[in-house]
Design a protein around this ligand. Structure first.
Ligand code: NAG
Ligand code: NAG
Length: 206
């Protein structure tokens, strides 16, 4: 009886250890990542409009790292990230060192298989991107989908090469509302048309 109790307790304790061990393994710290990628973003000068303007992102391995640095790299995910000025007083955009909890980079630009050659992607800023100041960051992921390296178009303090995006403006919103109204109108009129046709058919049958 006592032996069985002891066994149960040991299993419980062991599974707790296993839990924390796995938990710890899953925490990937941004500070632990090496900045092995060179990332640049080009765009027109001034305010960029969501849904209209483009950002051309180029990324590649920084050649000054030793050969084999990228041997575990499987995919690259390029993201649009909030600059510090647009994170102030906004907990939902906060930077956390634990990447699973980090809210800095909320918009995916592109994901591609890793290649040691430079890659370029032209992105039309998506329509749901809010007005804010941003930078671009690329993460390298390994086969387990864990971050293993990164690069960004700004410096460590996130003060250089930032750009400002303006959300879809009121004009666009009213256009969107108009188009929703028009589609609702066409569905209603289509239904009305069918109803009228049915009634006509029924009438002619009688
Ligand atoms: C490449 O890495 C080296 C060493 O970390 C660094 O000094 C250099 O600035 C990097 N180059 C670019 C273009 O980021
Ligand atoms: C990638 O581009 C950088 C400059 O942006 C250049 O120095 C480097 O040689 C290029 N790497 C490759 C593999 O073409």
């Amino acid at each position: 009886m006592a032996a069985r109790g002891l066994l149960l307790v040991s299993i419980l304790v062991l599974s707790c250890f296993a839990e924390t061990a796995f938990g710890a393994e899953n925490i990937i710290s941004f500070a632990s990542l090496k900045k092995t990628l060179v990332v640049s973003a080009s765009h027109k000068q001034g305010l960029l409009k969501a849904g209209e303007d483009k950002i051309t992102v180029t990324w590649g391995l920084n050649q000054s790292f030793p050969a084999g640095t990228d041997s575990a790299y499987k995919t690259i995910k390029v993201k649009l990230c909030y600059a510090p000025i647009s994170q102030v007083d906004r907990a939902w955009r906060k930077t956390k060192d634990n990447l699973a909890k980090d809210k800095t980079c909320q918009f995916k630009i592109v994901a591609k298989p890793y290649s040691s050659a430079n890659q370029t992607f032209e992105w039309v800023i998506e329509r749901d991107v809010p007005s804010a100041t941003y930078f671009v960051r690329a993460y390298a992921f390994d086969a387990n989908d864990h971050e293993v390296g990164y690069g960004q178009n700004t410096n460590a303090g996130k003060t250089t090469n930032l750009f400002e995006i303006q959300a879809i403006t009121g004009r666009h919103v009213s256009l969107d509302i108009a188009s929703v109204c028009f589609s609702a109108f066409s569905v209603v009129s289509l239904m009305g048309f069918f109803y009228a046709e049915k009634r006509k058919a029924r009438k002619s049958q009688q």
